[in-house]
Design a protein around this ligand. Structure first.
Ligand SMILES: C[S@@+](CC[C@H](N)C(=O)[O-])C[C@H]1O[C@@H](n2cnc3c(N)ncnc32)[C@H](O)[C@@H]1O
Length: 255
C-alpha cells in the first residue's frame, strides 16, 4: 500500500525513483501455516505502477539469490535490476556504487526508497548511514525489537555481544541503561536510541512508542515493529495514509 501512494505522489516530484531491498529473499515466500507461495518484497516492488526507474536487490543466501534471479528473469523479463550477492553490511560500498551509477548527475532530483526486512537485529547503523548520507532516501525498516529481544535479551546484554552496538552504531549504548531491565524496557530503550541515531542523519524525529507500528503474530505476540524514516515531512503524510489502510499488518508494504 505505501509503495502505491509513494510512487503516485513522487512521480512528478522526482525525475528518478529507485528502490533498494537489502534483505530481498527469493522473490516468493511461504504464507504462515500454509504451503502457498506469495509475492515477496522484490515482486511486490517490481509489480507496482508507475514503475521505479531502477531496483537494487541484495541477498546473502546463494540459493535464495539464484531463485530471485530466475524468477525476475521469468516474470519481469524487461527489468534489469542490480542484484548484489552477499551480506548487505559488507556489500554496502558496492550497493552505493550501483546507486551512484544509476543516479548519475540527478542527485537532487532522485528519491530512493529502501526496504529493510531482516530476521533479526542484523542491519548495521553504519550501513544505513553510508546509504543515507547526502542523499534523499526514505527507509521502511522492520525493526526486530519484538520476539527476538524477548528470547535473546540476556545474550544481547552480554558485554561480548555486538548485535545492538552494530544496530545502533554505538559501542557505549549500555551506558544509559537503568537497572531492572526487562525485554520491553530494553526494546523501548533501543528503539529510542535508534530513532536518535536516525535523527543525527537528518531524519525527522520519530517516537517509537507512537510511531513504530507493531506487527503481531497469530498469538498476538509482537514480532517486530515497522519504522518509517524520511527527511521530508510530506512523506509522513503518505505514511499516515498508508497506515489507515494497512493497520498493524504486512499489507503496508504490499497492496
Ligand atoms: C525476512 S527474509 C526477507 C523476506 C523478503 N523481504 C520477502 O518479502 O520475501 C530475510 C532475507 O534476508 C537474507 N539475509 C539475511 N541476512 C542478510 C544480510 N546480512 N544481507 C543480505 N541478506 C540477508 C536471508 O537469506 C533472507 O532471504
Amino acid at each position: 500500500m505505501y509503495l502505491d501512494i509513494f510512487l503516485d505522489a513522487m512521480k512528478n516530484r522526482f525525475k528518478k525513483r529507485i528502490h533498494i531491498d537489502l534483505y530481498s529473499g527469493s522473490g516468493m515466500s511461504e504464507r504462515p501455516r500454509s504451503s502457498c507461495l506469495r509475492a515477496g518484497s522484490p515482486f511486490i516492488a517490481l509489480d507496482r505502477q508507475p514503475k521505479f526507474d531502477h531496483y537494487i536487490f541484495c541477498e546473502k543466501n546463494g540459493q535464495d539469490l539464484r531463485a530471485l534471479e530466475a524468477r525476475i528473469a521469468s516474470h519481469f523479463p524487461d527489468q534489469k535490476p542490480s542484484i548484489i550477492p552477499g551480506d548487505c553490511n559488507e556489500q554496502v560500498d558496492r550497493i552505493n556504487q550501483e546507486l551512484n551509477k544509476v543516479i548519475g548527475d540527478l542527485g537532487d532530483s532522485t528519491l530512493t526508497f529502501c526496504f529493510i526486512d531482516p530476521y533479526a537485529l542484523d542491519v548495521h547503523f553504519e550501513t544505513i548511514k553510508k546509504l543515507a548520507e547526502n542523499r534523499k532516501m526514505d527507509f521502511m525498516i522492520n525493526i526486530m525489537l519484538g520476539l527476538d529481544v524477548k528470547l535473546n535479551w540476556r545474550a544481547y546484554l552480554a558485554d561480548s555481544s555486538l548485535t545492538i552496538a552494530n544496530f545502533l552504531g554505538s559501542q557505549d549504548w549500555r551506558n544509559g541503561l537503568g537497572k531492572n531491565i526487562t525485554p520491553p524496557s530494553l526494546s523501548l530503550y533501543v528503539g529510542e536510541k535508534f530513532s536518535a541515531q536516525m535523527a543525527s542523519l537528518g531524519y525527522l524525529h520519530t517516537n517509537p512508542s507512537k510511531d513504530f507500528l507493531p506487527f503481531e503474530n497469530s498469538k498476538s505476540r509482537i514480532i517486530y515493529y515497522i519504522g518509517f524514516f524520511s527527511k521530508g515531512r510530506i512523506a509522513f503524510k503518505f505514511w499516515d495514509d498508508a497506515k489507515k489502510y494497512g493497520g498493524a499488518d504486512s499489507e503496508l508494504f504490499s497492496r
